[in-house]
Design a protein around this ligand. Sequence first.
Ligand SMILES: [Zn+2]
Length: 83
Amino acid sequence: MSVPYGEERRRLMRRLILIDRCCPGCASPFYVDHTGKIVARNGQIATLDHIIPRGRGGRNANWNFRLMCRACNQAKGLAAALR
Ligand SMILES: [Zn+2]
């Protein structure tokens, strides 16, 4: 199973924004902009984050995703690479 994309990804992210009102990394609130994209108040676009990282057996299942702003997701990836 791969990371959802296209319409499926949009639907998943729309569902997640109802649960994840703000970024778990920096607490910046998410909102839907005029183009329908989900962005954080800090100007970063929202990304899908694996709650259990794939490197530790996390799956590309809907329950394993949450929203995270791109800056925090990249910082998390970097920290994981340095471990
Ligand atoms: Zn963030």
